[in-house]
Design a protein around this ligand. Structure first.
Ligand SMILES: Cc1ncc(C[n+]2csc(CCOP(=O)(O)OP(=O)(O)O)c2C)c(N)n1
Ligand code: SF4
Length: 310
């Protein structure tokens, strides 16, 4: 795997480059599915020629939110449910960065659900990985928006009365232009899907099934997984919205019934928010991140403004 460095020389990229130099040991529990996402990312990024300094990883709060402590890229650990607004701002300020947002199902589909819907609608050129372990992991296993109906936890001791949300269908109806589901127990598929999602121009959503063996003993890591693209039983056109919707419904219905369907469900070429802004002449030629303050910059005006808002 090779890439070009800043002065245009070709060089090899190694997946070890994505391991931080200080080597913090992940504090995830043994057997946690989050290791699977980390591994898939470390394999995918060099294979598409990305170097650590070309990538920004923005995370929310939760066990999943620790991802960027263990991945050598630029990183931004935001507050709970807020990875997408920060990721959007970063991409608008520096279009040259590959921006990956990540967080748990509580983070992304609960407290951050509104941001998910609108980032998909606006088709920001971001990859969004939701670690879906169907519980709140970090805060000790409470029921989350993806916990199945009847799920027992400290917050639902008699069983969850609510039906789980349908993340793939929600992404589709909101306007995401790349939608897939993969799983930590399926590392090769996960790597391929991450590569495609990063290379996609527009909002790419991956519902990444990650087992939480500590708080979700019903984890599905041992049930059969079927890749819908590789199975003869599932023949559909990923560019056809109607067919994708039907496949998603089948997948979401099957999730708690013994077989887990995974794969790529929908791909659309609708222009990204960034592209549209450029067409409208609203994105400057020179990204904000590369602009320098020159001698004419009115510093006094900024100081005045700061004073007034103290
Ligand atoms: C505004 C706010 N509300 C609640 C919390 C407490 N909190 C921290 S992590 C978390 C849930 C994490 O669950 P999830 O997003 O599914 O991630 P996981 O830990 O399972 O990876 C909650 C509720 C918080 N940090 N901030
Ligand atoms: S509590 Fe669950 S999600 Fe968190 S590190 Fe442990 S296994 Fe992973």
């Amino acid at each position: 795997m090779s890439a070009f460095n800043a002065i245009g020389e070709e060089r090899e990229i190694d997946r070890d480059e994505f391991t931080p130099g200080l080597e913090p040991q992940p504090t995830w529990c043994p057997g946690c599915g989050d290791f699977g996402v980390l591994k898939a990312l470390k394999q995918a990024l060099p294979e598409i020629g990305k170097t650590p300094d070309e990538v920004l990883t923005v995370t929310g709060i939760g066990c999943s939110g620790k991802l960027n402590s263990y991945l050598e890229t630029y990183g931004f650990h935001t507050i709970h449910g807020r990875s997408l607004p920060v990721a959007r701002a970063a991409k608008l300020a520096n279009d040259g960065l590959e921006v990956i947002a990540a967080g748990g199902d509580g983070d992304g589909y609960g407290i951050g659900g509104n941001h998910f819907m609108h980032t998909a609608r606006e088709n920001h050129d971001i990859t969004y990985i939701v670690f879906n372990n169907e519980v709140f992991g970090l805060t000790k296993g409470q029921t989350s928006p993806t916990s199945p109906k009847g799920h027992k936890s400290k917050t639902t001791p008699h069983g969850n009365a609510k039906s789980p949300i349908r993340p793939l269908s929600l992404a589709l109806t909101s306007g995401a232009t790349y939608i897939a589901r993969t799983a930590a127990v399926n590392p090769n598929q996960a790597k391929e899907i991450i590569k495609e999602a990063i290379e996609h121009d527009g909002f790419a959503h991956i519902d990444f099934l990650t087992q939480c063996p500590t708080w979700n003993k019903d984890a599905r890591q041992y049930v059969p997984y079927v890749d819908v693209q590789e199975s003869d039983d599932y023949d559909f056109d990923v560019h056809d919205r109607q067919e994708a919707q039907e496949m998603m419904f089948e997948t979401e219905n099957a999730l708690h019934e013994g077989t887990v369907l995974t794969g790529r469900y929908f791909v659309d070429e609708r222009p990204s928010y960034q592209e549209q802004k450029k067409e409208l002449g609203e994105m400057p030629e020179e990204p904000l991140a590369e602009r320098y303050f020159d001698d004419d910059y009115e510093w006094e005006r900024s100081y005045d403004l700061l004073e007034r808002h103290k």
